[in-house]
Design a protein around this ligand. Structure first.
Ligand code: ATP
Length: 289
């Protein structure tokens, strides 16, 4: 085998709370993460010319500023000196959208190189590499549904959610994650998120009753920076969404839809042509130890 294709699914946050600041300056998160069916496609090919990366989105870094490149560099440095690879990323996940696009590409490269070069690394070894790259990369290794805490890199895997259809809407606005967190520190919105109860609902395999308990403390912050968030939530509700919430630090908003048909219809009829709109469903964990 000298080439391999790997899927890299996007993630959303079904709940996100901040518990304070850690000693290392990172915000101490508590979040329930969920992978969804919107995927980047990563193509890996053995070569003999070092690491070469291309991608389908103009302007996205193709050197070691790309998290996927960094993943290859790290795994080769530690486990396969002078390894060479060609990486092509067919990007489908909007960039800087709160969907962990870079992190999931990076996790896919770690898993792909492990397979392609027959390195035989086990999950704890892959996890250590993932943690060294970024906070969301550990979740992206396994995907599915998980509770994450610390800077988001400490994980407790939860049972897979019942397949649920959603619509993702990404407005064409850039919100820098760092700015959202700075703004959060100034505002500290008063929201109570019953995280233990929410985890309990998923652990017990109960049908989710989408009420205000499912919330994201960063949503009012980003909504204060760009008006699109509130507008998109209203529009999603008009299109039949049972529940709406912003993912991560935004600006992507998701709507939970009653079924596939309504998810697809909402996307076809979406009135703002500048938004990127995707019908997606929740993914199960795709990597087992
Ligand atoms: P998160 O939800 O983890 O905060 P995000 O979805 O908001 O992430 P990304 O799509 O990962 O954000 O992009 C954030 C930044 O990372 C971008 O500015 C981009 O230049 C850089 N980046 C590096 N590698 C990648 C990659 N493979 N795909 C997308 N962005 C990348």
């Amino acid at each position: 085998m000298d080439q391999i294709a790997v899927r890299a699914p996007a993630k959303i946050n079904l709940a996100l709370d901040i518990k304070g600041l850690q000693a290392d300056g990172y915000h101490q998160l508590e979040t329930i993460m969920q992978s969804v069916s919107l995927c980047d496609h990563i193509y890996l090919k053995k070569t003999n010319r070092g690491i070469k990366l291309t991608n389908s989105v103009p302007g996205l870094p193709e050197d070691n500023h790309n998290l996927a490149y960094r993943a290859a560099e790290l795994i080769f440095n530690q486990y396969y000196r002078n390894g060479s690879i060609e990486i092509h990323i067919d990007k489908k996940i909007p960039v800087a959208a709160g969907l962990a696009g870079g992190s999931t590409d990076s996790a896919a490269v770690i898993k792909g190189i492990n397979l392609l070069f027959g390195l035989g690394l086990d999950y704890p070894q892959l996890l250590e590499l993932a943690r060294a790259i970024g906070s969301d990369v550990p979740f992206c290794l396994k995907g599915g549904t998980a509770f994450a805490y610390g800077r988001g890199d400490q994980l407790v895997q939860l049972p897979d959610l019942k397949k649920t259809w959603l619509v993702l809407v990404t407005p064409p606005k850039e919100v820098l994650t760092a700015v959202v967190y700075q703004q959060y520190d100034l505002i500290k919105p008063e929201l109570t998120i019953p995280m233990e109860d929410l985890k309990g609902i998923i652990k017990n395999g109960q049908n989710i009753y989408w009420n205000e308990g499912w919330n994201n403390v960063l949503e009012p912050v980003t909504a204060g920076l760009i008006g699109d968030i509130t507008e998109i939530k209203e529009m999603l509700k008009e299109m039949g969404a049972i529940f709406t919430m912003m993912s991560g630090s935004g600006p992507t908003v998701f709507g939970v839809m009653p079924d596939r048909e309504q998810a697809e219809q909402a996307c076809q009829k979406w009135p703002r042509s500048t938004d990127s709109v995707f019908p997606v469903y929740t993914y199960k964990q795709d990597f087992r130890e």
